[in-house]
Design a protein around this ligand. Structure first.
Ligand SMILES: Nc1ncnc2c1ncn2[C@@H]1O[C@H](COP(=O)(O)OP(=O)(O)OP(=O)(O)O)[C@@H](O)[C@H]1O
Ligand SMILES: [Mg+2]
Length: 276
């Protein structure tokens, strides 16, 4: 048993490439993501946020250390075990929605269950659909939906299988502020009302303020944490971290972009497609 953690990283290192081109994307990251908690991960571009999420979700292997989803030790699982884990225990929400264009909203939502040969729990499905507020749009294809509606379909798809944990990489990065607010409200509701566990990467202090906890990454390491964040407390902490980074490496100041500036850059344009 790994206690109450839905996901856990223990001394995780991730090193890409070899020799001169080597990148230490994660340098000994240890973190617990408690059941029924909404955690935001923040940090400058290139600080390792997506890498940490991909390692936690079993989309990428670690160079050293261990990762757990619930009681399952992800590290060392073979391909079959990883496929099963991603189908049954993990949900994904991406910046680019990643819906299948030929399927309707409803078919997209039910796809992960269909693939793993599971029947939806009708009551749960109805509740998710009601909460996500898609109403009469369920028969529409993604191209016939607004960005906010598409992301709500992706949220419902992640939630309907009741995974141990949902990983969201900048889920509001492509949304206007109103749609973003709807999606964030839905994510927070699924945590506080349904006990879902969510880990969300974001550059946006307002998005982070919806979380119960914010973890700050810099240069592949966790450098800070806030509980019960507000937009102001997140912004303050970001400024402090930025100042500390400048002080620690004056020659490097230009490279230490603030997360706020990175938001404009939009983060990763291409994300890995979930196993679905
Ligand atoms: N497949 C890869 N091969 C080599 N280097 C990689 C690979 N993926 C990520 N990196 C490097 O690892 C570091 C961390 O990248 P990561 O994508 O985790 O950053 P991030 O915090 O998510 O950034 P952003 O906010 O821009 O999305 C970066 O220096 C990046 O260039
Ligand atoms: Mg990223």
């Amino acid at each position: 048993m790994t206690g109450e953690a839905a996901a856990r990283a223990a001394e995780v290192w991730k090193i890409y490439g070899h020799g001169e081109a080597q990148v230490h994307a994660l340098r000994g990251v240890s973190a617990d993501f408690q059941r029924g908690q909404f955690t935001a991960i923040m940090g400058p571009s290139g600080s390792g946020k997506s890498t940490l999420m991909h390692c936690l979700a079993g989309l990428d292997d670690v160079s050293a250390g261990e990762v757990f989803i619930g009681d399952t030790r992800v590290t060392g699982l073979g391909d079959a075990g990883l496929t099963k884990l991603r189908r049954e225990k993990v949900g994904f929400i991406f910046q680019q929605f990643n819906l299948l264009p030929t399927l309707t909203a409803q078919e997209n939502i039910l796809l992960p269950l269909a693939i793993s040969g599971r029947k939806p729990d009708q009551q749960w499905y109805d509740l998710v659909i009601k909460t996500v507020g898609l109403g009469d749009r369920l028969g529409h294809r993604p191209t016939e939906l607004s960005g906010g509606q598409q992301q709500r379909v992706a949220c419902a798809r992640a939630l309907v299988a009741r995974p141990e944990v949902i990983f969201a990489d900048e889920p509001t990065g492509n949304l206007d502020s109103r749609s973003g607010t709807e999606v964030l409200g839905f994510l927070r509701g699924s945590v506080h009302e349904f006990g879902q566990t969510i880990v969300m990467v974001t550059h946006d202090p307002r998005a982070a303020s919806y979380a119960d906890r914010v973890v700050f990454l810099a240069d592949g390491a966790i450098v800070d944490e806030i509980l019960q964040p507000t937009e102001t407390s997140v912004l303050d902490r970001m400024k402090n971290l930025d100042n500390e980074a400048r002080a620690a490496a004056p020659g490097n100041a230009a490279a230490q972009n603030t997360a706020g500036q990175n938001a404009a850059a939009g983060g990763n344009a291409v994300e890995e497609t979930p196993d679905a």
